[in-house]
Design a binder for this molecule. Structure first.
Ligand code: SF4
Ligand code: SF4
Length: 273
């Protein structure tokens, strides 16, 4: 099974549109495809596909529980938590700010007095939707107010892998969030290639450089997809491609036909790749 990420440094460049167009292109070639929507704070592949989210499964993360009877109030866990998810009033055991905790486990590992246990907290859900005969969508969605969404990306990818293995998929496509933050890195890992979707604007060029740099750091081969091609010169994007020793593999024209299909939630049948 081939694993391909669809990413982009900037939001709104058309990552999800390209992910869906790519899935349909592969289906047309007779492949079985699982698309994983790992943009868990605002997943929208299902909207572009005109489908609902089905078969929810909760995603849990571990949250520390501090035993005030065992805690010696040494403050070590508070000092070491990189997420500022623990705070301590003078003379009191630490308190946990749950929405900031990513469940990394550092605090309960380092507490020298065994005063920290852990419990499960639901932080989001993953969903599985069958789009058509050879096409499945697995979607992650964080609960409202959750700041640390890493566990949802992780579990959504695991579920997508399971679905892909179960159905014998030829391709697992992973649609990441925009940007270069931890959730994007998490979604990119284990893919053998990434398409960076950008647009012919100064912001598009700038942000695509950031994600291309990141892909070089984590060692994933990359190619560029130029969306909204034709609205401005592509020279800037070509320069970026040259700088990062890659190429523009696809150009998606800015067309009324695509906008209308996008609004209807039905990109099937568009021959744009
Ligand atoms: S490291 Fe353990 S003993 Fe020290 S403040 Fe934290 S919970 Fe209490
Ligand atoms: S699990 Fe990690 S993020 Fe959460 S409170 Fe402990 S050290 Fe901080």
């Amino acid at each position: 099974m081939k694993r391909i990420a669809i990413t982009g440094g900037k939001g709104g460049t058309g990552k999800s549109t390209f992910a869906v167009l790519l899935a349909y292109k592969l289906l047309k070639e007779g492949k079985k495809v699982v698309l994983c929507d790992a943009d868990v704070e605002c997943p929208n592949d299902h909207l572009i596909l005109g489908k609902g989210l089905e078969f929810p499964e909760p995603v849990y993360q571990k949250i520390p529980v501090i035993d005030p009877g065992e805690c010696r109030k040494c403050g070590l866990c508070v000092r070491e938590c990189r997420f500022n998810a623990l705070f301590q009033l003078p003379g009191k055991p630490p308190s946990v700010v749950e929405n900031l905790c990513c469940g990394c486990g550092l605090c309960w590992t380092i507490c020298p007095h065994g005063a920290i246990s852990k419990r499960n907290k639901e932080c989001g859900k993953s969903y599985e939707t069958r789009i058509e005969k050879d096409f499945w969508l697995v979607t992650g969605l964080s609960s409202a107010g959750v700041e640390e969404t890493g566990p949802i990306v992780r579990d959504t990818k695991i579920r997508a892998e399971e679905v892909a293995k179960k159905v014998g998929a030829d391709y697992l496509l992973v649609d990441t969030a925009a940007g270069t933050h931890c959730d994007v890195i998490n979604a990119l890992m284990r893919n053998e290639k990434a398409y960076v979707v950008t647009e012919p604007t100064i912001l598009g060029e700038h942000d695509s450089e950031l994600i291309l740099k990141l892909l070089d750091v984590i060692g994933i081969p990359k190619e560029i997809v130029l969306n909204k091609a034709g609205v401005a010169s592509k020279k800037g994007v070509e320069k970026v491609a040259e700088k990062f020793e890659t190429k523009i593999s696809f150009e998606i024209p800015y067309s009324e036909e695509l906008v209308k299909a996008y609004c209807r939630g039905n990109l099937r049948g568009l021959d744009l790749l």
